[in-house]
Design a protein around this ligand. Structure first.
Ligand SMILES: *Cc1c(COP(=O)(O)O)cnc(C)c1O
Length: 392
């Protein structure tokens, strides 16, 4: 073991496997480790670094805001906070009736959404919450209760009650939903499960059923949101609107920030004192997110995500590799389904060839480059991933 590996195993909590490298620097779509080895980053810190690394707009926003006003508590408001809230109402389509709650991570956004669901009591009989098998909503207790992966929950039970996990089929949803359900939680694309798409028509039917039964449709767009799938939010491609959406990863470009945005009547559920966060919505994080969203808007990076996603699919098809049996996801969140459980081996081979991709599970490779990715990076991906495939 090298020195950093020794130090890692001596001091870091044993919640993570040994990291793949010790990174010291990044620029654009590239990062470098402590030995000077360069990697093309097609994971983006798990769909976080939307503008790549060390983007000048992020550097400028953080530097100037930290030198002006970094944190004030929620006893005070700040201009960057209100600018971001108004911007998110516009980009989500939540409009005038929309409301925004800021926090610091994905799990926290889902905790806020879970509590929102509990407030949708109806006459008191809405005690159930539906979520999907194989879904991922985070690691805190409430988010864990929503997560449809029993192996993550088991050691920590009891988790908050009332959550039922159903198959990701329209039929299972039709069978489970009724007037006793407070909310339905969904990821439009299940990223952690290996970038799994929902069945055709699922979101449309979910919207209809939720409206019919008074159930809140709560979308977890923590991974899919902020342009990642080729639209600002994945639900926009299905032509629906949710009652609430959670977001985090890509919105801060690398700084910790999350949000819950509510639509319509769901905006009236929370009342004063029912939720809060010390750091949530502070001017440092909201100014950074404003800078990220401004670059995404001004440089047309949502359209770039859609176009580069198509180009990536064409490159992957061009490998004609028998190992790759399907390509899932949309925009710049792609999952390669493998014919055998070789994902760890393939990701390791990619790393050997200077490319970061992620083994989301044994038989799936997740690809999520920064939204700024262009011709040169795609050509380099083709070369490096081709070498990795050939080396297996
Ligand atoms: C990453 C993720 C989360 C959890 O976000 P954290 O910031 O790690 O707490 C929740 N839901 C989805 C869909 C995610 O991808």
């Amino acid at each position: 073991m090298t020195a950093w590996q020794d130090r890692f195993s001596a001091s870091m909590m044993r919640t993570m496997a040994m990291p793949l490298a010790s990174l010291v620097r990044g620029e654009g779509c590239y990062v470098w480790d402590d030995e000077g080895t360069e990697y093309l980053d097609f994971l983006s810190g798990i769909a976080v670094n939307s503008l790549g690394h060390a983007h000048p707009a992020i550097v400028a926003a953080i530097s100037s805001q930290v030198a002006t006003l970094a944190h004030v508590s929620n006893y005070f408001s700040t201009p960057p906070q209100l600018e971001l809230a108004e911007r998110l109402k516009r980009l989500t389509g939540a409009g005038d009736a929309g409301r925004v709650y800021f926090c610091n991570s994905g799990a926290e956004a889902n905790e806020a959404a879970f509590k929102l669901a509990r407030l949708n009591k109806g006459q008191g009989g809405r005690t159930r919450i539906l979520a999907l098998d194989d879904s991922f909503h985070g690691r805190t207790m409430g988010a864990l209760a929503l997560t449809g992966k029993p192996h993550m929950r088991e050691a920590f039970e009891p988790v908050p009650g009332g959550v039922e996990h159903i198959d990701s089929t329209i039929r299972a949803l039709e069978n489970a939903i009724d007037g006793t359900v407070a909310a339905l939680f969904l990821e439009p694309v299940k990223g952690e499960a290996g970038v799994l798409d929902l069945p055709d028509g699922f979101l449309t039917r979910a919207r209809e059923l939720c409206t019919e039964h008074g159930v809140l449709l709560i979308l977890d767009e923590i991974q899919t949101g902020i342009g990642r799938t080729g639209s600002w939010f994945a639900y926009q491609q299905a032509g629906i609107i949710p009652d609430a959406v959670t977001m985090a990863k890509g919105m801060g470009g690398g700084v910790p920030i999350g949000a819950l945005v509510t639509f319509g009547a769901a905006s009236d559920l929370y009342t004063r004192g029912q939720h809060g966060s010390t750091f949530g919505g502070n001017p440092l994080m909201t100014a950074t997110a404003n800078a990220v969203l401004t670059v995404i808007e001004e440089q047309g990076l949502v359209a770039n995500a859609a176009r580069r996603g198509d180009e990536l699919r064409a490159i992957i098809a061009g490998f004609s590799s028998p190992l790759i049996t399907e390509v899932r996801g949309s925009g710049l969140l792609l999952g390669l389904g493998l014919a055998e459980p070789a994902a760890l081996k393939l990701a390791a081979a990619a790393l050997q060839n200077g490319l970061i991709v992620n083994a989301a599970n044994e038989a799936s490779i997740r690809i999520a480059p920064p939204l700024i990715v262009g011709d040169a990076e795609l050509a380099e991906f083709e070369r490096r991933f081709g070498l990795a495939l050939a080396s297996l």
